[in-house]
Design a protein around this ligand. Structure first.
Ligand SMILES: *Cc1c(COP(=O)(O)O)cnc(C)c1O
Length: 423
């Protein structure tokens, strides 16, 4: 096969519009509902609650805002309403997914709490329930757990819930990447005491930005709507009893989301086809795809990733902002593959760097399934070369171009480029 640079860039995951988005935005314009009230907002809240199978959904400016209010709700339920100027989690530790995007965990810090990171398992690349159990042994006072479903793959929900129930802990579920994915036939977004989705530009469907708080509690939905619109009381003037936020979604953005919702299933089917084409294309290579629980879950296949076999890794090092590798016959590494993909004008990305490795969170607690504190057992370290699962997946894994506008022909070229890295 001749490898030619793509004229038009193939993205990791970019917005895919269908036409109705413009119609609903225009409707907002023509009826002058250009603010944070209007038919688009009402309609997407109804549609998403129906899709997920929950009582209510609150449209917000972004997934991060939704996570902030979800975590604040959990904090106030656990520890009471804080004084103004104080967070609801002040002085409290919170168990958090380690391999995720930082938006999952930053709101813990917004509320004055301290994240303790829980290592990852290998079956779904999400929070390891065994490490979570271990964390409750080390920090028995913790009452809040924040979990994410990485790359659209549901985590070990039953096992996580069992550990949380045993210790009386609440769950905030970050389903930002996993909209439409199911676990035992139920949508992600239904499993947390507080759950969140995102319509960021790179997600499975998008409003260009936007997010939602999804819930079965009418009371919580009411509270989040109020907090997100500056906590205005029902009075003739601006009356405030609680701290407010300007987190509500615009009716224009909601128009984009409204146009996208009917295409969620189509996007998932396209992403699934991409995942399966990679899987088939790589079947003779020393790599595996990002795994999921085939018996109990159906991901939304948001991003396709690969993990390189340990003995097929060439030598490489990563500093804080740069990476170097030494090319070797028959072997490769994420940096080499990403470089070769970029050379044909396609976009891949390293695995999300685990939170416990991030300079900002390096002093936070980190718990693995074996061994206390940050480290695993000596035997584990000797076998894998790593202290934990997350850093190993970060070391050997990468996200491939997963855009649903990528053609099968383009994907075949990308597959060929990856193959040649192992020649
Ligand atoms: C995108 C993302 C978010 C944040 O959503 P925004 O809408 O961009 O604020 C949170 N968590 C995860 C895991 C995400 O991927």
């Amino acid at each position: 096969m001749e490898i030619k640079r793509f004229e038009k860039k193939v993205y990791l995951s970019s917005p895919t519009m269908h036409g109705d988005e413009l119609k609903y935005m225009q409707e907002a314009y023509e009826t002058n509902w250009m603010s944070t009230v209007g038919a688009n907002i009402n309609e997407i809240e109804r549609l998403m609650a129906e899709k997920i199978g929950c009582k209510d959904a609150v449209a917000l400016s972004c997934g991060t805002a939704a996570l902030h209010l979800a975590i604040k709700l959990a904090g106030e339920r656990l520890y009471g309403q804080p004084k103004v100027g104080h967070g609801s989690l002040e002085g409290k530790k919170v168990f958090c997914s380690d391999m995720t995007f930082d938006a999952t965990v930053n709101p813990v810090a917004y509320e004055g709490g301290e994240a303790v990171y829980i290592d990852t398992e290998r079956d779904t690349w999400n929070m390891d329930p065994k490490a979570l159990e271990k964390a409750f042994e080390i920090y028995p006072d913790v009452r809040l757990v924040v979990i994410a479903h990485l790359y659209g793959t549901p985590g070990k929900i039953d096992e996580i819930k069992e550990v949380c129930d045993k210790h009386g802990a609440l769950i905030v579920e970050d389903a930002a990447e996993s909209l439409g994915a199911t676990y035992k036939g139920k949508q992600t977004g239904l499993f947390g005491d507080y759950s969140v989705i995102s319509f960021n530009g790179n997600k499975i469907i998008t409003g260009s930005s936007g997010g939602m708080f999804v819930t079965n509690s009418v009371e919580d939905a009411h509270k989040v709507r109020k907090w997100s619109t500056q906590s205005r009381e029902d009075a003739p003037w601006y009356q405030h009893e609680e701290l407010g936020f300007n987190y509500r979604m615009s009716n224009v953005i909601a128009g984009v989301v409204r146009g996208q919702i009917p295409y969620l299933e189509e996007h998932i089917a396209q992403k699934k086809a991409i995942y399966e084409r990679y899987k088939e294309g790589f079947k003779d290579l020393p790599v595996t795809m990002n795994p999921f629980d085939e018996k109990n879950s159906e991901p939304n296949y948001w991003l396709s990733c690969i993990l390189i076999d340990k003995d097929a890794m060439c030598r490489h090092v990563r500093g804080e902002k740069e990476a170097l590798y030494i090319s070797e016959p028959g072997k490769s590494c994420p940096t080499e593959i990403l470089e070769k993909i970029a050379a044909i004008n396609a976009e891949g990305r390293p695995i999300w760097k685990p939170m416990h490795m991030q300079p900002i969170y390096r002093m936070n607690g980190f718990v693995t399934a074996t061994g206390n504190g940050r480290a695993r057992s000596n035997a584990y370290i000797k076998e894998t070369g790593f202290e934990d699962v997350g850093s190993d997946i970060f070391d050997r894994g990468l996200c491939l171009p997963s855009d649903n506008k990528m053609t099968p022909e383009q994907q075949d070229v990308i597959i060929e480029v990856v193959k040649r890295c192992f020649v």
